[in-house]
Design a protein around this ligand. Structure first.
Ligand SMILES: [Zn+2]
Ligand SMILES: [Zn+2]
Length: 392
Protein backbone atom coordinates (compact mmCIF):
# COMPACT_ATOMS: atom_id res chain seq x y z
CA UNK A 1 0.00 0.00 0.00
CA UNK A 2 3.05 2.25 -0.11
CA UNK A 3 2.77 3.11 3.55
CA UNK A 4 6.19 4.68 3.48
CA UNK A 5 5.07 7.41 1.11
CA UNK A 6 6.87 9.96 3.23
CA UNK A 7 10.26 8.73 4.36
CA UNK A 8 11.29 8.55 8.00
CA UNK A 9 14.40 10.54 8.86
CA UNK A 10 17.88 9.09 8.42
CA UNK A 11 19.27 8.58 11.89
CA UNK A 12 16.17 7.02 13.37
CA UNK A 13 18.24 4.59 15.42
CA UNK A 14 18.92 7.48 17.76
CA UNK A 15 15.19 7.84 18.49
CA UNK A 16 14.09 7.45 22.04
CA UNK A 17 10.65 6.72 23.46
CA UNK A 18 11.06 9.81 25.63
CA UNK A 19 11.22 12.12 22.59
CA UNK A 20 8.87 10.29 20.26
CA UNK A 21 6.21 8.56 22.38
CA UNK A 22 5.94 10.20 25.79
CA UNK A 23 7.53 13.65 25.55
CA UNK A 24 5.60 14.72 28.69
CA UNK A 25 7.89 12.73 30.99
CA UNK A 26 11.55 11.67 30.99
CA UNK A 27 10.68 8.47 32.86
CA UNK A 28 8.98 5.56 31.07
CA UNK A 29 6.97 4.59 34.14
CA UNK A 30 5.68 8.12 34.72
CA UNK A 31 5.07 8.53 30.98
CA UNK A 32 2.94 5.38 30.85
CA UNK A 33 1.14 6.25 34.06
CA UNK A 34 0.09 9.66 32.72
CA UNK A 35 -1.42 8.01 29.62
CA UNK A 36 -3.16 5.46 31.85
CA UNK A 37 -4.77 8.17 34.00
CA UNK A 38 -5.77 10.42 31.07
CA UNK A 39 -7.23 7.61 28.99
CA UNK A 40 -9.11 6.31 32.06
CA UNK A 41 -10.73 9.74 32.41
CA UNK A 42 -11.42 10.09 28.69
CA UNK A 43 -12.78 6.61 28.08
CA UNK A 44 -14.92 6.84 31.24
CA UNK A 45 -16.93 9.71 29.72
CA UNK A 46 -16.77 8.25 26.21
CA UNK A 47 -18.21 4.89 27.24
CA UNK A 48 -20.85 6.53 29.47
CA UNK A 49 -22.13 8.28 26.32
CA UNK A 50 -21.83 5.19 24.09
CA UNK A 51 -23.37 2.72 26.55
CA UNK A 52 -26.03 5.30 27.50
CA UNK A 53 -27.15 5.67 23.88
CA UNK A 54 -27.19 1.90 23.41
CA UNK A 55 -29.36 1.35 26.50
CA UNK A 56 -31.72 4.16 25.48
CA UNK A 57 -32.37 2.35 22.19
CA UNK A 58 -32.82 -0.88 24.16
CA UNK A 59 -35.42 0.72 26.41
CA UNK A 60 -37.24 1.83 23.29
CA UNK A 61 -37.36 -1.79 22.14
CA UNK A 62 -38.64 -2.76 25.64
CA UNK A 63 -35.70 -5.06 26.31
CA UNK A 64 -34.87 -5.81 29.95
CA UNK A 65 -31.78 -4.22 31.43
CA UNK A 66 -29.90 -5.74 34.39
CA UNK A 67 -27.78 -3.36 36.46
CA UNK A 68 -25.09 -5.96 37.20
CA UNK A 69 -24.73 -6.74 33.52
CA UNK A 70 -24.59 -3.02 32.68
CA UNK A 71 -21.76 -2.44 35.17
CA UNK A 72 -19.88 -5.55 34.09
CA UNK A 73 -20.08 -4.57 30.41
CA UNK A 74 -18.97 -1.05 31.29
CA UNK A 75 -15.90 -2.42 33.09
CA UNK A 76 -15.12 -4.63 30.09
CA UNK A 77 -15.29 -1.62 27.75
CA UNK A 78 -13.12 0.43 30.10
CA UNK A 79 -10.43 -2.26 30.27
CA UNK A 80 -10.47 -2.44 26.47
CA UNK A 81 -10.24 1.33 25.93
CA UNK A 82 -7.61 2.04 28.56
CA UNK A 83 -5.35 -0.87 27.58
CA UNK A 84 -5.71 0.12 23.91
CA UNK A 85 -4.37 3.62 24.55
CA UNK A 86 -1.78 2.69 27.19
CA UNK A 87 -0.42 -0.35 25.33
CA UNK A 88 0.65 1.81 22.37
CA UNK A 89 2.96 3.75 24.71
CA UNK A 90 4.03 0.70 26.76
CA UNK A 91 4.88 -1.48 23.76
CA UNK A 92 7.06 1.21 22.22
CA UNK A 93 8.98 1.57 25.50
CA UNK A 94 9.31 -2.24 25.83
CA UNK A 95 10.47 -2.69 22.22
CA UNK A 96 13.08 0.04 22.65
CA UNK A 97 14.45 -1.53 25.81
CA UNK A 98 14.38 -4.99 24.22
CA UNK A 99 16.13 -4.05 20.97
CA UNK A 100 18.40 -1.44 22.52
CA UNK A 101 17.54 0.96 19.68
CA UNK A 102 14.55 2.20 17.69
CA UNK A 103 13.13 -0.40 15.32
CA UNK A 104 10.98 0.91 12.50
CA UNK A 105 9.04 -2.31 11.79
CA UNK A 106 8.09 -2.73 15.45
CA UNK A 107 7.00 0.93 15.59
CA UNK A 108 4.84 0.73 12.46
CA UNK A 109 3.50 -2.84 12.80
CA UNK A 110 4.30 -4.25 16.28
CA UNK A 111 2.74 -1.65 18.59
CA UNK A 112 -0.34 -0.96 16.40
CA UNK A 113 -1.12 -4.71 16.21
CA UNK A 114 -0.59 -5.38 19.92
CA UNK A 115 -2.64 -2.38 21.09
CA UNK A 116 -5.58 -3.75 19.04
CA UNK A 117 -5.61 -7.09 20.87
CA UNK A 118 -7.53 -5.85 23.98
CA UNK A 119 -10.66 -6.00 21.76
CA UNK A 120 -11.02 -9.47 23.32
CA UNK A 121 -11.73 -7.80 26.70
CA UNK A 122 -14.95 -6.32 25.27
CA UNK A 123 -18.36 -8.01 25.56
CA UNK A 124 -19.02 -10.01 22.35
CA UNK A 125 -22.05 -7.88 21.45
CA UNK A 126 -20.04 -4.65 21.65
CA UNK A 127 -17.10 -6.19 19.77
CA UNK A 128 -19.37 -6.35 16.73
CA UNK A 129 -20.12 -2.62 16.93
CA UNK A 130 -16.45 -1.75 17.46
CA UNK A 131 -15.13 -3.95 14.66
CA UNK A 132 -17.80 -2.68 12.25
CA UNK A 133 -16.96 0.93 13.14
CA UNK A 134 -13.22 0.37 12.63
CA UNK A 135 -13.67 -1.60 9.41
CA UNK A 136 -15.86 1.17 8.07
CA UNK A 137 -13.20 3.75 9.05
CA UNK A 138 -10.64 1.60 7.24
CA UNK A 139 -12.75 1.67 4.06
CA UNK A 140 -13.29 5.42 4.42
CA UNK A 141 -9.58 5.96 4.81
CA UNK A 142 -8.83 3.70 1.83
CA UNK A 143 -11.32 5.67 -0.30
CA UNK A 144 -9.64 8.94 0.72
CA UNK A 145 -6.24 7.53 -0.29
CA UNK A 146 -7.63 6.65 -3.74
CA UNK A 147 -9.00 10.20 -4.06
CA UNK A 148 -5.69 11.75 -2.89
CA UNK A 149 -3.73 9.68 -5.39
CA UNK A 150 -6.22 10.79 -8.08
CA UNK A 151 -7.18 7.19 -8.86
CA UNK A 152 -10.81 8.22 -8.42
CA UNK A 153 -12.28 11.70 -8.65
CA UNK A 154 -14.15 13.11 -5.68
CA UNK A 155 -17.62 13.88 -6.99
CA UNK A 156 -21.11 13.82 -5.52
CA UNK A 157 -22.45 12.07 -8.64
CA UNK A 158 -19.91 9.25 -8.46
CA UNK A 159 -20.40 8.75 -4.73
CA UNK A 160 -24.18 8.64 -5.10
CA UNK A 161 -23.91 6.06 -7.89
CA UNK A 162 -21.52 3.99 -5.81
CA UNK A 163 -23.85 4.15 -2.81
CA UNK A 164 -26.81 3.11 -4.98
CA UNK A 165 -24.93 -0.02 -6.06
CA UNK A 166 -23.68 -0.88 -2.58
CA UNK A 167 -27.17 -0.37 -1.18
CA UNK A 168 -28.79 -2.53 -3.89
CA UNK A 169 -26.52 -5.48 -3.04
CA UNK A 170 -26.90 -4.83 0.69
CA UNK A 171 -30.71 -4.86 0.57
CA UNK A 172 -30.70 -7.98 -1.57
CA UNK A 173 -28.27 -9.78 0.78
CA UNK A 174 -30.29 -8.79 3.87
CA UNK A 175 -33.49 -10.02 2.24
CA UNK A 176 -31.94 -13.34 1.18
CA UNK A 177 -30.51 -13.86 4.64
CA UNK A 178 -33.96 -13.40 6.16
CA UNK A 179 -35.30 -16.31 4.16
CA UNK A 180 -33.02 -18.70 5.99
CA UNK A 181 -32.56 -17.16 9.41
CA UNK A 182 -34.35 -14.85 11.78
CA UNK A 183 -31.18 -12.82 12.14
CA UNK A 184 -31.99 -9.16 12.52
CA UNK A 185 -28.96 -8.04 14.51
CA UNK A 186 -27.58 -6.00 11.67
CA UNK A 187 -26.09 -2.60 12.38
CA UNK A 188 -27.72 -1.05 9.33
CA UNK A 189 -30.70 1.09 10.19
CA UNK A 190 -33.15 -0.48 7.75
CA UNK A 191 -33.99 -4.10 6.96
CA UNK A 192 -36.38 -5.03 4.14
CA UNK A 193 -39.56 -6.78 5.29
CA UNK A 194 -39.46 -10.53 5.27
CA UNK A 195 -42.26 -12.44 3.50
CA UNK A 196 -41.57 -15.31 5.88
CA UNK A 197 -44.45 -15.92 8.29
CA UNK A 198 -44.84 -18.85 10.59
CA UNK A 199 -48.29 -20.26 11.27
CA UNK A 200 -49.28 -21.71 14.66
CA UNK A 201 -47.94 -25.18 13.89
CA UNK A 202 -44.53 -23.66 13.12
CA UNK A 203 -44.76 -24.24 9.37
CA UNK A 204 -43.52 -21.50 7.17
CA UNK A 205 -46.11 -19.99 4.86
CA UNK A 206 -45.14 -17.52 2.18
CA UNK A 207 -47.95 -15.05 1.93
CA UNK A 208 -47.62 -14.41 -1.77
CA UNK A 209 -51.35 -14.11 -2.15
CA UNK A 210 -51.14 -10.78 -0.37
CA UNK A 211 -48.49 -9.77 -2.95
CA UNK A 212 -46.73 -7.24 -0.74
CA UNK A 213 -44.82 -8.29 2.37
CA UNK A 214 -46.70 -5.96 4.73
CA UNK A 215 -49.81 -5.88 6.90
CA UNK A 216 -51.53 -2.65 5.90
CA UNK A 217 -52.55 -1.26 2.53
CA UNK A 218 -49.62 -0.10 0.39
CA UNK A 219 -50.29 3.60 0.97
CA UNK A 220 -50.72 3.19 4.72
CA UNK A 221 -47.59 1.04 4.92
CA UNK A 222 -45.48 3.64 3.09
CA UNK A 223 -46.73 6.48 5.31
CA UNK A 224 -46.32 4.47 8.54
CA UNK A 225 -42.80 3.29 7.74
CA UNK A 226 -41.62 6.70 6.51
CA UNK A 227 -42.95 8.39 9.66
CA UNK A 228 -41.43 5.74 11.93
CA UNK A 229 -38.00 6.07 10.34
CA UNK A 230 -38.22 9.88 10.23
CA UNK A 231 -38.59 9.90 14.01
CA UNK A 232 -35.76 7.41 14.37
CA UNK A 233 -33.64 9.49 11.97
CA UNK A 234 -34.34 12.60 14.02
CA UNK A 235 -33.30 10.78 17.21
CA UNK A 236 -30.12 9.57 15.53
CA UNK A 237 -29.34 13.06 14.22
CA UNK A 238 -29.81 14.42 17.75
CA UNK A 239 -27.49 11.77 19.25
CA UNK A 240 -24.90 12.40 16.55
CA UNK A 241 -25.11 16.16 17.06
CA UNK A 242 -24.78 15.82 20.87
CA UNK A 243 -21.85 13.38 20.67
CA UNK A 244 -20.08 15.64 18.17
CA UNK A 245 -20.70 18.69 20.33
CA UNK A 246 -19.40 16.97 23.47
CA UNK A 247 -16.36 15.50 21.73
CA UNK A 248 -15.22 18.69 20.00
CA UNK A 249 -16.82 21.60 21.89
CA UNK A 250 -14.65 24.29 20.32
CA UNK A 251 -15.30 23.55 16.68
CA UNK A 252 -19.09 23.46 16.40
CA UNK A 253 -21.10 26.60 16.86
CA UNK A 254 -23.96 25.45 14.65
CA UNK A 255 -27.44 24.75 15.96
CA UNK A 256 -29.30 21.47 15.69
CA UNK A 257 -31.94 22.91 13.37
CA UNK A 258 -29.52 23.72 10.57
CA UNK A 259 -29.49 21.74 7.33
CA UNK A 260 -26.17 20.06 8.16
CA UNK A 261 -27.38 18.61 11.46
CA UNK A 262 -30.72 17.46 10.09
CA UNK A 263 -29.33 15.99 6.85
CA UNK A 264 -29.17 12.51 8.34
CA UNK A 265 -32.89 12.45 9.16
CA UNK A 266 -33.84 13.75 5.67
CA UNK A 267 -31.67 11.03 4.18
CA UNK A 268 -33.31 8.25 6.22
CA UNK A 269 -36.86 9.48 5.50
CA UNK A 270 -36.25 9.71 1.74
CA UNK A 271 -34.42 6.38 1.77
CA UNK A 272 -37.31 4.47 3.40
CA UNK A 273 -39.99 6.29 1.37
CA UNK A 274 -38.37 5.46 -1.99
CA UNK A 275 -37.57 1.87 -0.96
CA UNK A 276 -41.12 1.04 0.16
CA UNK A 277 -42.75 2.79 -2.82
CA UNK A 278 -40.62 0.99 -5.41
CA UNK A 279 -41.03 -2.32 -3.60
CA UNK A 280 -44.83 -2.07 -3.64
CA UNK A 281 -44.83 -0.96 -7.29
CA UNK A 282 -42.73 -3.99 -8.31
CA UNK A 283 -44.96 -6.36 -6.31
CA UNK A 284 -48.02 -5.04 -8.14
CA UNK A 285 -46.22 -5.28 -11.48
CA UNK A 286 -45.08 -8.90 -10.99
CA UNK A 287 -48.14 -10.08 -9.10
CA UNK A 288 -45.98 -11.49 -6.31
CA UNK A 289 -43.09 -10.69 -4.03
CA UNK A 290 -39.66 -11.65 -5.34
CA UNK A 291 -36.43 -11.18 -3.40
CA UNK A 292 -34.84 -9.56 -6.47
CA UNK A 293 -37.27 -6.64 -5.99
CA UNK A 294 -35.22 -5.53 -3.01
CA UNK A 295 -32.22 -5.11 -5.34
CA UNK A 296 -34.05 -2.57 -7.52
CA UNK A 297 -35.71 -0.85 -4.56
CA UNK A 298 -32.30 -0.65 -2.89
CA UNK A 299 -30.72 0.77 -6.04
CA UNK A 300 -33.31 3.54 -6.36
CA UNK A 301 -33.51 4.36 -2.65
CA UNK A 302 -29.73 4.90 -2.80
CA UNK A 303 -30.47 8.17 -4.64
CA UNK A 304 -31.25 9.67 -1.23
CA UNK A 305 -27.47 9.75 -0.63
CA UNK A 306 -27.58 12.94 -2.73
CA UNK A 307 -29.35 14.66 0.20
CA UNK A 308 -26.62 13.76 2.65
CA UNK A 309 -23.33 12.84 0.97
CA UNK A 310 -21.41 11.26 3.81
CA UNK A 311 -18.56 8.80 3.46
CA UNK A 312 -19.39 7.36 6.89
CA UNK A 313 -22.80 6.19 5.62
CA UNK A 314 -21.25 4.74 2.47
CA UNK A 315 -18.48 2.88 4.29
CA UNK A 316 -20.85 1.53 6.96
CA UNK A 317 -23.15 0.10 4.26
CA UNK A 318 -20.14 -1.42 2.45
CA UNK A 319 -18.80 -2.92 5.70
CA UNK A 320 -22.10 -4.60 6.56
CA UNK A 321 -22.38 -5.93 3.01
CA UNK A 322 -18.83 -7.34 3.25
CA UNK A 323 -19.62 -8.93 6.62
CA UNK A 324 -22.73 -10.69 5.31
CA UNK A 325 -20.86 -11.90 2.22
CA UNK A 326 -17.98 -13.01 4.45
CA UNK A 327 -20.34 -15.14 6.54
CA UNK A 328 -21.68 -16.72 3.33
CA UNK A 329 -18.15 -17.47 2.09
CA UNK A 330 -17.29 -18.98 5.46
CA UNK A 331 -20.28 -21.32 5.22
CA UNK A 332 -19.73 -22.16 1.57
CA UNK A 333 -16.05 -23.05 1.84
CA UNK A 334 -16.31 -24.39 5.41
CA UNK A 335 -13.60 -22.01 6.60
CA UNK A 336 -12.16 -22.56 10.10
CA UNK A 337 -13.93 -20.93 13.04
CA UNK A 338 -11.59 -17.99 13.62
CA UNK A 339 -12.56 -14.73 15.36
CA UNK A 340 -12.88 -12.89 12.03
CA UNK A 341 -14.60 -9.82 13.50
CA UNK A 342 -11.85 -9.29 16.08
CA UNK A 343 -9.11 -9.91 13.49
CA UNK A 344 -10.70 -7.36 11.16
CA UNK A 345 -10.58 -4.86 14.04
CA UNK A 346 -6.88 -5.55 14.69
CA UNK A 347 -6.06 -5.09 10.99
CA UNK A 348 -8.23 -1.99 10.49
CA UNK A 349 -6.80 -0.42 13.63
CA UNK A 350 -3.23 -1.06 12.46
CA UNK A 351 -4.02 0.49 9.09
CA UNK A 352 -5.62 3.60 10.63
CA UNK A 353 -2.75 4.09 13.11
CA UNK A 354 -0.26 3.84 10.23
CA UNK A 355 -2.19 6.49 8.32
CA UNK A 356 -2.14 8.59 11.48
CA UNK A 357 1.66 8.33 11.64
CA UNK A 358 2.33 8.95 7.95
CA UNK A 359 -0.55 10.96 6.51
CA UNK A 360 -3.33 12.01 8.84
CA UNK A 361 -5.22 13.76 6.01
CA UNK A 362 -6.68 10.35 5.14
CA UNK A 363 -7.73 9.47 8.69
CA UNK A 364 -11.51 9.74 9.30
CA UNK A 365 -12.42 12.80 11.41
CA UNK A 366 -14.34 10.58 13.81
CA UNK A 367 -11.15 8.72 14.74
CA UNK A 368 -9.21 11.97 15.31
CA UNK A 369 -12.01 13.29 17.56
CA UNK A 370 -12.25 9.96 19.37
CA UNK A 371 -8.53 9.82 20.05
CA UNK A 372 -8.45 13.38 21.30
CA UNK A 373 -11.50 12.91 23.55
CA UNK A 374 -10.73 9.43 24.89
CA UNK A 375 -7.13 10.21 25.87
CA UNK A 376 -7.93 13.69 27.22
CA UNK A 377 -5.75 15.12 24.40
CA UNK A 378 -2.67 13.15 25.61
CA UNK A 379 -2.43 11.26 22.28
CA UNK A 380 -2.16 14.59 20.44
CA UNK A 381 1.16 15.30 22.18
CA UNK A 382 2.54 11.99 20.88
CA UNK A 383 1.17 12.71 17.40
CA UNK A 384 2.81 16.13 17.29
CA UNK A 385 6.13 14.63 18.39
CA UNK A 386 5.90 11.97 15.68
CA UNK A 387 5.05 14.59 13.05
CA UNK A 388 7.92 16.83 14.18
CA UNK A 389 10.64 14.17 14.55
CA UNK A 390 9.69 11.13 12.49
CA UNK A 391 8.37 12.54 9.22
CA UNK A 392 10.43 14.87 7.08
ZN1 LIG B 1 9.50 5.01 27.40
ZN1 LIG C 1 -47.43 -2.80 -0.94
Amino acid sequence: MGIFSKSPIQNMESFNCVDLIHPWSKSCIKGNFAMFIDSSKGFFFFFIIMHGVQYLFRLRNKKKIYIRQVLFNFMRSMSFGVSYATLFVTMNCVFLKMMGKFNNTLFVYGSPIICGLPIFFEAPERRKITSTTFMSMFLESFYKILVNRKIIVKSKKFETLLFMLVNAFLMYSLRIRQEFTDKKDTLWIFTPASPRNEDHSGNISHNNEKKCPHEYSCKENIIRKTLKYSVLGLAMALVRFTVYKVMSPLKTQESFFQWRSLQLSYFISAYVFIFETVNCYLCKLDGKHHSIHTFWSGLLSGISYWLSPNLQIMSTAATILLKIQGEELKKKFKLPDLPYGELSFVYSNMFILQRLIFDNQTVPKFFLNLLQFATSKRANITLEAIKRLYII
